[in-house]
Design a protein around this ligand. Structure first.
Ligand code: CMC
Length: 392
């Protein structure tokens, strides 16, 4: 094993070449296809950003219309899939449902061994559009309300919120500011180069596995509390602080305690060692949204105070731990009425174009190399087999 270098968690290993997303962790820079995240968050819309990630260029008006229409036309899931929702036990985590349902798309939408570009584009449209339908349906099932189908009249984010919150028995009016905030949330989550879930997509995809199963692998990896699952945990932590009436010092002390496994959720990042630009945009967006009349949230003040305390603490300063994308994002989702257990599902909806952009980039590379890392073996050397009655 002399030539194998140990790099746990691949912190220093470039696993591929990619032209999709650029990050400079020291300077807090994030760009999709060369465009600054701050500019995209301010001026663009999620569907446009999805096109940019997938195709490398911002769409012209005609291309955007075509893409958007295709997403609408691909948004319905096979009727027979509806039965599956009834099979999950009550209280199932929506991420478990999402991963299962997305993998099951492989059985309803079989794909040929050899992909032509038309099929590839349709697969991408199915996944980007249907992940949103499945997410909304799983929520409706969980609260026992009738499913609201996607509408060809509504654009992507509006359509999603309508499927989540409209009902045949009550009026539901979409709030423009909420639609914009959720759309921005999706933009900020759309890609982040070789993070845990995207690496899982590339790893599973490198065996040429069915792409619906590959997308499901991404969802499974995202679920963990150290990755996308952190957004749910942040809100649970803030709710706990609110209920206890403290300022969060207890959570900070626990996170600093090396005898405990707990961490300050929404803090720290493998790549950003100064600030996470997504967290800054989200904090501003929170401020804007929660300043609207009737939308205040005591958890926002708690979050700001907690950030202040942590940023003055030597433990966090010396380890360069700053708020990450998950620290403020949950407050926006709460303001939109999204239940806490759906937060990571919304992350998955946002990340789907990024996963697929990486899958396509890998597929079209000169050569697809199967992901197969080596290891440093630290187990037993050769041992002699003993019959069962001779084992001590
Ligand atoms: N609270 C307390 N200590 C922390 C934290 C935290 N949130 N994050 C890192 N540390 C400590 C860690 O214990 C270690 O200390 P020491 O050097 O004394 O052993 C040091 O900082 C370096 O940590 P690491 O685990 O080597 O860093 P990493 O790059 O492997 O981990 C991370 C990055 C994001 C997994 C980690 O910071 C973490 O678990 N954060 C909390 C969970 C979270 O917010 N995740 C969302 C990440 S951003 C969005 C996404 O990817 O989904």
């Amino acid at each position: 094993t002399g030539y194998i270098t140990l790099d746990e968690g691949y912190g220093n290993t470039g696993a591929c070449e990619s032209a999709i997303t650029y990050i400079d962790g020291d300077k807090g820079i994030l760009r999709y296809r060369g465009y600054a995240i701050e500019e995209l968050a301010e001026k663009s819309r999620f569907v446009e950003v999805a096109y940019l990630l997938l195709h490398g260029e911002l769409p012209k008006a005609e291309q955007l219309l075509q893409f958007s229409t295709r997403l609408n036309e691909s948004s319905i899931i096979h009727e027979d899939m509806h039965h599956f929702f009834n099979g999950f036990p009550r209280g199932s985590h929506p991420m478990g449902i999402l991963a299962t349902m997305v993998a099951s798309l492989s059985t309803f939408y079989p794909i040929p061994d050899e992909l032509d570009s038309a099929t590839e584009i349709q697969i991408v449209a199915n996944l980007v559009s249907q992940v949103r339908t499945i997410a909304a349906f799983s929520y409706k099932k969980s609260i026992g309300e009738p499913l609201i189908y996607p509408s060809y009249k509504l654009k992507y984010t509006r359509n999603f919120l309508n499927m989540m919150f409209a009902s045949p028995v009550r009026d539901y009016e979409l709030d423009e500011d909420i639609v914009r905030a959720i759309d921005m949330f999706f933009i900020l989550h759309a890609d982040h180069e070789q993070n845990c879930s995207t690496s899982s997509v590339r790893t599973a995809g490198s065996s040429m596995a069915n792409v619906y199963a590959v997308a499901s692998a991404g969802i499974c990896a995202l679920w963990g509390p150290r990755h996308g699952g952190a957004n749910q945990q942040v809100i649970q932590m803030l709710e706990q602080i609110h209920a206890d009436g403290g300022d969060g010092t207890e959570f900070i002390n626990q996170a600093k305690d090396k005898n405990s496994t707990s961490r300050l959720m929404g803090f720290g990042h493998r790549v950003y060692k100064n600030f996470d630009p997504r967290a800054q945009v989200l904090k501003q967006q929170c401020d804007k949204l929660l300043n609207k009349s009737g939308m205040t949230d005591p958890l926002f003040d708690i979050a700001r105070r907690l950030e202040e305390i942590a940023l003055k603490d030597d433990y966090f300063i010396s380890r360069k731990l700053y708020p990450n994308v998950d620290f403020y994002s949950g407050l926006i989702l709460r303001a939109a009425g999204i239940p806490t257990n759906m937060f990571t599902v919304l992350f998955a909806i946002g990340r789907m174009p990024g996963w697929l952009a990486h899958w396509r980039e890998m597929l079209h590379a000169k050569q697809v190399t199967i992901t197969r890392p080596r290891q440093i073996y630290v187990g037993e050397t050769l041992r002699r087999y003993q019959d069962v009655d001779q084992r001590s």
